[in-house]
Design a protein around this ligand. Structure first.
Ligand code: GUN
Length: 314
């Protein structure tokens, strides 16, 4: 039996409905949470992401500021922008879209964001809190994965969870959140000897490498829950033939468009897994939903209000 498909857009809509209520309640007491997004330069993928984030704010009635300094902005200039946003009372969340151009010292910029406004969860203070087991603002993509698991009724406690990929943005915080939820966690990466030995033991397998179709059916324990965080645009017809060999509709679409988005998980894994997030339409929609949730959470926390709500989890 093919895997149950965990529909991220449905879960996102659920979260938006809850957030809309929460935002309405805040606004009736005179609080309008606001997000500032800073996009340096003209990277087309980043432009799409940031536009979607701003559109989500507008849809939910959150304050939004979209700053687009030029590609040759210096570290000092960007630092001045971040400090100004830190000081603004109408800004609850600050997001500096990554990657930054090479002349900018990203570490200095991320450390300059007020940890109370760090809705990306990238500040070392917030990462430290997550490590300590008292998470505050946590990176949106791994938070979105936890929401998919929880809202789909996938048991996490005592599960064997394997995270493939060890990035600061996804792999590391993902492993920490799963550990916090009482899973037994292993992290595999490019230097892991025999990764299959680990992945085949996983009840929950999270793939976050950016390598299209890296995870194949033989890597997966029958019945496992597989979460695909990868989003890579592929343009090589040979690669597309391999990945979409048993997905005629997607191959057709690739031929028509000359490109397609592929996850880290080969589509054939659907024949082995118990549950699987699709790409697109799985984890992606949750990332923006959790950014909205973090912005509302930051707005509450900054005003000394209770942090937890249905839509803004720990
Ligand atoms: N680039 C890729 N993912 C992210 C993200 O979650 N936040 C920011 N700011 N930049 C990104």
């Amino acid at each position: 039996m093919p895997a149950r498909i965990l529909d991220g857009t449905l879960i996102r809509d659920q979260i938006y409905a809850e957030l809309a209520q929460e935002i309405a309640a805040l606004r009736s007491s005179g609080i309008r949470p606001g997000l500032a997004a800073v996009l340096v330069g003209n990277d087309p993928a980043s432009q799409i992401y940031v536009r979607s984030k701003i559109a989500a704010c507008q849809q939910l009635g959150l304050g939004n500021i979209h700053l687009t300094p030029s590609a040759n902005t210096t570290t000092a200039e960007l630092l001045a922008i971040v400090r100004e946003l830190n000081a603004r009372d109408d800004v609850d969340g600050i997001l500096v879209q990554l990657p930054l151009p090479p002349q900018i010292d990203a570490k200095i910029i991320l450390e300059a964001v007020d940890p109370a406004k760090d809705v990306d969860g990238f500040h070392p203070m917030n990462i430290g809190k997550l490590v300590e087991g008292r998470p505050n603002l946590v990176a949106c993509t791994p938070l979105g994965v936890m929401e998919i698991l929880r809202r789909s009724g996938i048991p996490i406690e005592s599960a064997n969870a394997v995270v493939v990929g060890r990035s600061n943005i996804v792999g590391k915080p993902m492993a920490l959140l799963l550990m916090q939820a009482n899973a037994t966690v292993a992290v595999c990466h490019s230097k892991t000897r025999d990764p299959r030995k680990f992945t085949r033991e996983a009840d929950i397998l999270v793939a976050a490498t950016g390598r299209p179709a890296l995870i194949v059916p033989d890597d997966v324990k029958p019945g496992a829950t597989v979460i695909d965080v990868g989003v890579t645009r592929i343009t090589d017809p040979q690669q597309a033939e391999k990945i979409f060999a048993h997905s005629p509709e997607r191959l057709e679409k690739f031929r028509k468009n000359g490109s397609a988005v592929a996850g880290d998980v080969h589509p054939d894994v659907a024949q082995v897994a118990g549950a699987l997030t699709p790409v697109p339409g799985g984890v992606g929609p949750l990332t923006i939903a959790m950014l909205m949730s973090n912005t509302v959470k930051a707005a509450r926390l900054r005003r000394g209000l209770r942090a937890e709500s249905a839509a803004s989890p720990r």
